[in-house]
Structure formats: structure tokens, C-alpha cells
Write a protein of this length. Structure first.
Length: 70
């Protein structure tokens, strides 16, 4: 099922540089995700995403970490 995502123009412009001729954006993203470990992929995307309610998100992440440890 197709999904719509929104990305900043600067990210779009960078992705264009990775895209092969006749490759869809879905194919490009799949190739990039499969070619890197999740850790490397997240690090490469750092700074490319803007989060709303960042503090709340960080609190939720910390809470989930503690729940997993206990």
C-alpha cells in the first residue's frame, strides 16, 4: 500500500544525487536501507529530520529504555 511522506527540499536534493537512472524513490530508499546497518542509516540521517515535541519524544524514549531494563 503506497504511503506519502514529507521531506525537506534539502533532503530531497541530496537523495536525487543517490538516485540511479530509471530508479524510483521507493527503490532508492529500499536500496539505501538495505545497504547500511540501521545504526549507520540513522546516523547518516541525523539532522535531516525535524521533530515536533522533541522533549516529550525524548522522555518517552527514556521511559521505554527503563521499562526494558526492569
Amino acid at each position: 500500500m503506497p504511503k506519502t511522506i514529507t521531506i525537506k527540499k534539502s533532503v530531497y536534493d541530496e537523495l536525487i544525487g543517490f538516485k540511479k537512472e530509471n530508479e524510483s524513490f521507493s527503490d532508492l530508499l529500499e536500496r539505501l536501507v538495505k545497504s547500511q546497518s540501521k545504526n549507520e542509516l540513522l546516523l547518516s540521517l541525523r539532522g535531516s529530520m525535524v521533530f515536533e515535541n522533541k522533549e516529550e519524544l525524548l522522555r518517552d524514549m527514556e521511559k521505554k529504555r527503563w521499562e526494558k531494563r526492569n
